[in-house]
Design a protein around this ligand. Structure first.
Ligand code: HOZ
Length: 432
């Protein structure tokens, strides 16, 4: 679909050149816009709640670099701290006091985390946590949920969300059967399916990993009792419960979804917000489990850039900003207003829709709903979503280019931004 009102000549030129030198023209699949049609815009700069593309168009941003920009893009305090840190060097590959500072902040905030290891991405954190789950329990099998995404490591590319769901890909070629033969799957929000897997695999399941609020199959909330049920079932079976809070950590609440819902897993993975926009991941949890990680214990995991001083600096400053009074109330209020406004705009113009928000995360499916799991999410009208996405882009609103990704707000989004977004949605829905 070619845009009629948006001038994107430079974006088109750059993306055409990119496609000749990088697979699909991108460094990560979803941003290529393949599922929504049209070409991606090429970013020039970001600030607060806004993006400017290389053609000079301005957009209100609801992707927030896929989660990290919770304080708004290029927050002056984060940029200032980074300037100072840059003067001291860009990478140490050696212990650095900033790691202690961020580790203590994470341990203070996240109920399950007594010790933490920093890595460079959410994918790395999930890979490492799986090895640790297996080492600690002496068991190989793991349960994940359909549509949940835990990075692109072999063992997790089974019925995965995010780009795999967006592009409608089968489980990826190149992943050996042996890598996924121990990965069991269940529908999200289905405790009976989880109980059945434990019954069929007695004393073989190391643990259950999930997004406590799903963001990678679109925005899906856990049903009442689901997280509690998983906590009970894993305990009863001597298995570990792992929350992948790469998206939800410091976003759903300062202590993550586990603090919001009052359910404490054994281990947690983090990313995005704790890096303040620089590449970071982390995994942490019970001290007796984390003590198995090398060099304290035998479970190997390493990284040259792990604990990088710039990433630690951006993370520390971002968490400091989030600690200010009223932060999460503001995020909750603005996001609720946005989600309710979008749903209302769709319904009043005759489009089936469902969705909602929690703190600074939101989503809308173009189906009657309700959506409790990935099968429900797949009933969405993705062709209509593509048209909606393009219409919003043409009106200066940048949404995740996939029906199967959650949306993110920030402290920089104003009521005026939200009003403009809802008005644009009403206009687009009226035209569909
Ligand atoms: N994991 C990101 C979305 N959940 C990837 C986005 C991208 O492909 O750019």
């Amino acid at each position: 679909m070619v845009s009629t009102t948006l001038k994107t000549t430079k974006s088109e030129e750059i993306f055409a050149a990119a496609q000749k030198i990088m697979p699909g023209g991108v460094s990560s699949p979803v941003r290529a816009f393949k599922s929504v049609g049209g070409q991606p815009i090429v970013f020039d700069r970001v600030k607060g709640a806004y993006i400017w593309d290389v053609d000079g168009n301005q957009y209100i941003d609801y992707v927030g670099t896929w989660g990290p920009a919770i304080c708004g893009h290029a927050h002056p305090d984060v940029i200032g701290a980074l300037h100072d840190a840059l003067e001291k060097g860009t990478s140490f590959g050696a212990p650095c006091y900033l790691e202690n500072v961020l580790a203590e902040m994470v341990i203070d905030a996240v109920p399950s985390i007594e010790m933490v290891r920093f890595v460079n991405s959410g994918t790395e954190a999930c890979m490492a946590v799986l090895r640790l789950m297996r080492a600690f329990t002496g068991r190989e099998k793991v349960i994940k949920f359909e549509g949940c995404y835990h990075g692109h490591a072999d063992m997790f590319l089974v019925k995965a969300g995010s780009g795999v769901a967006t592009l409608g890909l089968p489980d990826s070629p190149g992943v050996p059967k042996s890598a996924t033969s121990s990965t069991l799957t269940a529908p999200y929000n289905d405790l009976e399916a989880v109980k059945a897997l434990f019954a069929e695999n007695p004393n073989e399941i190391a643990g259950v990993i999930l997004e406590p609020v799903v963001g990678n199959a679109g925005f899906i909330l856990p049903d009442a009792g689901f997280l509690e049920g998983l906590r009970e079932i894993t305990k009863e079976n001597g298995a570990l419960l792992v929350f992948d809070e790469v998206m939800t950590g410091f976003r759903i609440a300062y202590g993550g979804a586990q603090a919001k819902f009052g359910i404490t897993p054994d281990l947690t993975t983090l990313g995005k917000v704790i890096g303040g926009g620089l590449p970071v991941g982390a995994y942490g949890g019970r001290q007796d489990i984390m003590a198995m990680v090398a060099p304290a214990g035998p479970v190997y995991q390493a990284g040259t850039l792990s604990g990088n001083p710039l990433a630690m600096t951006a993370g520390i400053k971002t968490l400091e900003l989030l600690q200010k009074a009223g932060t999460y109330e503001q995020l909750e209020r603005v996001t609720k207003k946005l989600a309710e406004g979008l749903l209302c705009a769709a319904k009043e113009t005759g489009h089936a829709t469902c969705g909602g928000s929690l703190s600074a995360m939101f989503g809308m499916f173009l189906t009657e709903g309700p959506v409790h799991n990935y099968e429900d999410a797949k009933k969405s009208d993705t062709a209509k979503f593509g048209k909606f996405h393009r219409g919003m882009l043409e009106r200066g609103i940048y949404l995740a280019p996939s029906q199967f990704e959650a949306g993110f707000t920030s402290l920089a989004h104003t009521d005026e931004d939200i009003d403009r977004t809802i008005a644009a949605a009403r206009d687009v829905f009226s035209s569909l």
